[in-house]
Design a protein around this ligand. Structure first.
Ligand code: 9D3
Length: 233
């Protein structure tokens, strides 16, 4: 069973995502277990302050190291044998791709730290964090939604979570092609027809049509997927 611990100042944000749909079913099946930790429960400060002004001045607030260190150390002390991997969701992290999700879905214990304000004290990065993940180049208000995106991407890859084994095999992005168009009943809807080939019963022809549609669609919308990947590092 995969274990995911969440470190956040907004624990309530996770309720909807964790208690619906596939993520809910994965928990019911015993494939994944979540524990949400409210950072404010780990402050020593009498006002439960989790942030402070940046040394050197400047706008915004920085998340203090103490509550994050204490929270992560508490989680690790309870999961000693599992060697949890500590991931900080932050805009400077490695961009989330299907390959990253695949790699992380094989890890049995993850601690996800959700940043806020201008960011976290650099000593958290240096001492506590194993890797940093971003979900893309746009500015959000914190790491909670990115953590939920990461959870969704990871959980569906855990063996046994999705019913149909084949549905994982033909996925886009790794095969480097976008999906062909899909149609279902009725064959005519508001004067719009389904391509005849799909109704022909000729499976070789259908396969050829789908391949061609995939290719043109990818060329038009995502030519970047067809280019050889630049090798970084
Ligand atoms: C306004 C402050 N920003 C300067 C340009 C820095 C900044 C700090 C903290 C911007 C966003 C955030 C909060 N975002 C996240 O913690 C975050 C995030 C994101 O904003 N975009 C994509 N992925 C992620 S993962 C975590």
């Amino acid at each position: 069973m995969t274990r995911i611990d969440l470190v956040t100042i907004f624990p309530g944000m996770f309720d909807a995502v964790l208690n619906e749909s596939i993520v809910k079913r994965a928990q019911a099946k015993g494939k994944v277990e979540f524990k949400i930790h409210n950072l404010r429960d780990y402050t020593f400060d009498k006002h439960k302050k989790v942030d402070d002004r940046p040394f050197g001045g400047g706008a915004g607030m920085v998340m203090c190291p103490q509550p994050i260190f204490n929270c992560v150390e508490y989680i690790k002390s309870r999961l000693r044998s599992m060697k949890p991997r500590v991931i900080l969701l932050c805009p400077q992290g490695e961009k989330l791709t299907q390959a990253v999700a695949k790699r992380l879905s094989k890890i049995k214990s993850l601690i996800l730290i959700c940043g806020h304000y201008e960011g976290v004290d650099e000593r958290v990065r240096e001492e506590l964090v194993d890797e940093e993940v971003s979900i893309g180049d746009y500015i959000l208000t914190g790491g909670e939604l990115p953590a939920m995106v990461l959870i969704d991407a990871i959980v569906r890859l855990i063996p046994g979570v999705l019913g149909d084994k084949n549905s994982l095999k033909f996925e886009s992005f790794e095969g480097n092609l976008l999906e062909h168009p899909h149609y279902t009943r009725p064959a005519e809807f508001r004067n719009m027809d389904v391509p005849k080939v799909l109704l022909s019963g000729d499976h070789n022809k259908i396969e050829a049509w789908r391949k061609k549609e995939s290719a043109t669609r990818t060329k038009e919308r995502r030519p970047d997927l067809l280019k050889p990947k630049l090798r970084r590092k």
